[in-house]
Design a protein around this ligand. Structure first.
Ligand SMILES: [Zn+2]
Length: 407
């Protein structure tokens, strides 16, 4: 097994690459309001930074409280760069990041990176004649259940269902690869953690194969859940989805949904697909609601979520699966070209902007200027940015004071 969530050290921001249009996420390219609560799609553009600001207020993790605020020790300047495949999004380079899967900014970068890898890997396997099978596995839960307990149960049930003798049998039936992602919502009945998985078989599955496999999994998962939690599983505790044979588009769309969970909020981008049937909220929706209403209950749910998911693996792939999705050298070259900074500013000035909750305003000004519109904000902020690079004696509080005079 391969842990794809092993890096815990702060990572440099990667671009916000645009997703493929087939995912129906047009909202991604629409500009977002300044530092204002994002509407339907909470994670588009710098709405993510607004979300991070909320997360900093309630998180118990020091790394997240500091995420995006401080510069790398060997770099004293922060750059705003163009990013995304269409180049219509912005990223911040040179700041230390928490790298957490529950951080609105960091999870997005990881998600985009991983989405590409999963899509490439799936495509290669499907082209080789594999069949993909999509599966959702749930665990019974009650309002008072501890998230850690539920996650332990899920993890153990997975092991009981897919390894040992069972695993050997499944392998003989052609199951060669899988990708397993943890999804999490919170609703009336407390936390609802579940797995989404894609299983790859090395041949086209016949109806008989499908029938056998569905029986096999329903039986094993049901028994495993009973063993780990002592509760009986209802029949909808296991759900299968069958894409059309060789339908790479379907695989990608579902993979996108899988990514969503890890940064569960991307689900909102896919709101046209069925989601949140049980009235549950994703972790991003909880964060968004906290930002809007400031309710202590939402902050408490967020903290419970942090405790329960601490050191958990959100995405697990079978050995060798992600290697299929490694980029060709040509693609990597392409990506490196995007780093030309649109604006450079000192680290303390950047931090002051964040403290004054003005980073969204800066992003908007930069976006406007890339489209040829020079705004009042741009004139003032770009002048201050240039000044910040030369006046090393200005502290963060000096800049905060300067910015408080900002119209
Ligand atoms: Zn972060």
């Amino acid at each position: 097994m391969l842990d794809t969530n092993s890096s815990r050290s702060p990572t440099k921001p990667r671009g916000y690459a645009a997703q493929s249009p087939s995912l129906g996420n047009r909202g991604v390219s629409a500009p977002d309001g300044v530092g204002r609560a994002p509407d339907k799609a909470p994670l588009k553009k710098h709405g993510r930074w607004w979300m991070l600001r909320q997360a900093r207020k309630i998180t118990q993790r020091k790394s997240m409280r500091c995420c995006g605020l401080y510069a790398h020790p060997d770099e004293n300047a922060v750059s705003i760069v163009r990013s995304g495949k269409k180049g219509d999004e912005l990223a911040v380079r040179g700041v230390l990041r928490c790298g957490s899967m529950i951080c609105p900014v960091c999870s997005h970068g990881k998600q985009v990176e991983r989405l590409g890898q999963v899509q490439r890997a799936s495509k290669k396997l499907i082209e080789k004649g594999y069949t993909a099978l999509f599966l959702t596995l749930t665990i019974p839960h009650k309002r008072e259940d501890d998230l850690g307990f539920l996650l332990d149960g899920l993890q153990r049930a997975w092991r009981l269902t897919f390894s040992g003798r069972a695993g050997k049998l499944q392998k003989e039936r052609g199951l060669k690869h899988y990708l397993r992602c943890l999804d999490l919502t919170h609703g009336q009945n407390g936390f609802h953690p579940h797995y989404h998985a894609i299983l790859f078989f090395d041949h086209i599955l016949t109806d008989d194969d499908l029938f056998w496999f569905e029986m096999e999994i329903r039986h094993r998962w049901g028994r495993a859940i009973e063993k780990t939690t002592g509760k009986a599983l209802v029949s909808r505790g296991v759900r299968f989805d069958y894409p059309e044979e060789g339908d790479v588009g379907a695989v990608s769309t579902y993979a996108m949904k899988l990514q969503a969970l890890t940064g569960a909020g991307m689900e909102a981008l896919l709101s046209q697909t069925k989601e949140g049937k049980d009235g549950g909220r994703t972790i991003w929706e909880i964060l968004r609601d906290y930002g809007r209403k400031g309710e202590a209950r939402d902050a408490a749910i967020w903290r419970d979520m942090e405790n329960g998911t601490h050191r958990r693996r959100w995405v697990v792939a079978s050995k060798g699966f992600l290697e299929f999705g490694e980029e060709d050298e040509d693609d990597q070259d392409e990506e490196q070209e995007e780093a030309e900074p649109l604006l450079k500013l000192s680290a303390v000035f950047w931090r002051a902007l964040c403290c004054r909750e003005m980073e969204g305003r800066l992003f908007d000004a930069v976006l406007e200027v890339t489209e040829g519109r020079v705004t009042e904000d741009w004139l003032i902020l770009s002048r201050m940015a240039a000044l910040s690079l030369t006046s090393a004696r200005m502290t963060c509080s000096d800049w905060i004071l300067e910015l408080s005079r900002f119209p």
